[in-house]
Design a protein around this ligand. Sequence first.
Ligand SMILES: [Zn+2]
Length: 99
Amino acid sequence: MLQTTITCAKCGSSALRKNGSSGGKAKYQCTACRHQAVLLPTAPVRAARYEQVSKLLVERNSQRSIVRATGVARMTVAKLAKKSAAHLPGAPGADERTS
Ligand SMILES: [Zn+2]
């Protein structure tokens, strides 16, 4: 679980309040400078989670245990396993199917 403190992108203040939503994501407004934005972009969060998945894949955990630990869908784990196996110098991915 990622725990992040949200700060204003303009002035760096952490005095924020929720101010509606955009595309299903909460918008925040800075009470100091009145700047408003969706201050939790999903791409870095997802990248951090995929990084964790690839670390678990290196440790030879099963795909289903990675799904239980991280909450990432199994097909996504399989895709990442295939992708990471392609970077290895040895055998090109036939041994990823652990389940
Ligand atoms: Zn601000």
